[in-house]
Design a protein around this ligand. Structure first.
Ligand SMILES: Nc1ncnc2c1ncn2[C@@H]1O[C@H](COP(=O)(O)OP(=O)(O)O)[C@@H](O)[C@H]1O
Ligand SMILES: [Mg+2]
Length: 366
């Protein structure tokens, strides 16, 4: 049987491990046209979850808009149009809908050099971009009158970089008055995205209910992995699955990658576990070294301090001394600056959120 585990891109069944609670809760928001701010670190499963919910919606029409990689308002508009194009499977009906709803966009026809098929690309004027956005939102508002709509903007934090105040205000103006549309703003750079929605001075202040996406629970992974092994007429012990999940600290992508690598092993032993773990760290050395090299000396010291102490008693004289710090305030300043890069989390204690990065730091290979 083909390896059922997938560790890149959006996952669907059977590679999707159910997030029953989250699905239910978000579906409830969608059905009552509430806006949701869905955030987590990268690769925790936001996109997979949104699309899973969208596939199963009955009374609400889903529109998925991927903003990843967009760098200016023109690209925002193109992504928006791509998202809308899923609403109509028939090209001519879609064209008609766009032509009637969006007067500020023209269509440029050309021949695709590879397929030889005619393709249409949207053309619009920079000067009237705001108008185009208004028309796009007005069009989906009209659609929502027939059937409720949910519009997901994935990787919404990109907008923070290019949007500026005026653009954000313009979006808010439309979004605010749509009472039959639920907007999902999904983002992976926590501090950027939460600032956008929690800062009184920003246009999106309190525009959505916060929904931090947590990790998947160990019991859920256990059922799911066992199911996949069973399908292939193989078996795996609960305790083994639990060990893998613990090593991966419940991160969906790591759990998938770990099991992907274990799949080819006929027998499962702790030696294999060790080897896969080492391979996974090794594969990431270029990425980790790159991050490491971009840090200042005090940031490096602070990271090692957190890795070594697991965030406990970091200001104890002995710990400061071992890390090369003289004062606690140096540590505080360094930690605050690393948090912005997204390597660290702070709950009660500071923590390096990527367990494999932490192991690499402790291995002394840097
Ligand atoms: N529900 C899930 N069950 C199992 N694995 C998942 C799940 N959600 C995400 N993953 C794993 O995480 C990876 C990244 O998921 P993705 O949805 O792209 O995350 P995000 O949008 O938060 O960056 C997937 O390729 C998959 O390996
Ligand atoms: Mg995503």
């Amino acid at each position: 049987m083909e390896n059922p585990f997938r560790f890149s891109g959006v996952v669907e069944e059977p590679a999707f491990c159910d997030r029953i609670k989250e699905q239910k809760e978000i579906r409830r928001y969608i059905e009552s046209s509430q806006n949701v701010l869905l955030y987590s670190h990268r690769r925790c499963g936001k996109s997979s979850l949104i699309l899973k919910i969208f596939r199963e919606l009955k009374n609400v029409t889903p529109v998925y808009i991927d903003l990843y990689g967009t760098t200016h308002v023109g690209e925002f508009i193109i992504s928006f149009l791509k998202g809308i194009s899923s609403l109509e499977s028939q090209m001519n009906r879609l064209m008609k809908m766009l032509r009637e709803g969006i007067r500020s966009i023209g269509l440029h026809f050309s021949m695709d050099p590879i397929t030889g098929m005619p393709t249409a690309s949207p053309v619009f004027n920079r000067a009237t971009q705001d108008k185009t956005i208004d028309e796009l939102f007005a069009m989906i508002e009209t659609l929502s009158k027939k059937k409720k709509l949910v519009v997901a903007f994935d990787e919404f934090q990109e907008v923070a970089a290019y949007g500026g105040d005026a653009f954000e205000k313009n979006l808010r103006k439309s979004i605010q008055k749509h009472d039959r549309i639920s907007y999902i703003f999904a983002g992976s750079q926590r501090h950027l995205i939460t600032e956008m929605f929690n800062d009184r001075k920003r246009a999106f202040y309190k525009m959505a209910t916060s929904f931090p996406l947590g990790k998947i629970e160990t019991v859920d992974y256990t059922e799911w992995v066992k199911g996949l092994y069973r399908k292939a007429k193989r078996s795996i012990e609960n305790s083994f699955i639990e060990d893998v999940v613990a090593l991966c600290e419940n991160y969906p992508m790591y759990v998938q990658e770990f099991f992907f690598n274990l799949w080819r092993e006929k027998e499962l032993s702790f030696e294999h576990l060790d080897r896969v773990e080492r391979d996974m760290v090794e594969k990431r050395i270029p990425e980790y070294s790159y991050v490491w090299d971009s840090l200042t000396l005090n940031q490096k010291r602070a990271l090692k301090l957190i890795a070594r102490t697991a965030g406990k008693n970091i200001f104890a004289a002995e710990n400061l001394d071992k890390s090369g710090f003289r004062t606690a305030s140096q540590v505080i300043a360094a930690l605050a600056s690393i948090e912005k890069i997204g390597i660290l989390d702070k709950n009660k204690e500071w923590k390096i959120h990527d367990p494999f990065f932490r192991r690499w730091l402790l291995s002394g290979q840097n």
